[in-house]
Design a protein around this ligand. Sequence first.
Ligand code: CA
Length: 227
Amino acid sequence: MPSERLLIIEDEARIAQFVERALIYEGYRVSVARDGQSGLQSARDNPPDLVILDWMLPGLDGLEVCKRLRAASSVPILMLTAKDDIKDRVQGLDAGADDYLVKPFSVDELLARVRALFRRATPVSKPEVLRFADLTLDTGTHRAYRGERSIDLTAKEYDLLELFMRNPRQVLTRDVIFDRVWSYDFGGESNIIEVYVRYLRQKTEQGDEARLVHTVRGVGYVLREEE
Ligand code: CA
């Protein structure tokens, strides 16, 4: 039985109760906060192993709560949202959310997302310095370098680059990239990977620096040197 402690921050009593019961039934320990302010307080007083955070909260909204939680810890954050708009999701990711669940959702879906987040939150491994061509990535400091040039990455850009650098010269399919970097479904039409690969290229391929992240048309991407 799992014994992880989850914090639910949700103002709608019906949904909070539904989620709480499902998690307790699975053996998780659960706390519930009804607004952002008390949720942050609860997270400070008794740090949870995972936070389920509603986007639409009175007062401090979910996005702001997410930013503040993320500033203080690396606890996995699953956001609940009625907004199914891609811009909102990107905004949430930039705020530090790890995954999304769009309302209405099923118990099974909720539990699957929670399990997936716990699987991803594996114990912190020893910092390593990954190298490919003249690209360097320090997993301890999350700094990247192209030659001597230091590159500032957002959290998701870092995750994407780390995935490439741990699997050099291997074609990574869109599905693999989704699963490893986002772990939720943006739908078939989504261009989130293209958007983030573009961000990554803008940062890692400046001036006359050679292309390293190559597109494999219709399949995905590969980190390799120019042929
Ligand atoms: Ca709400």
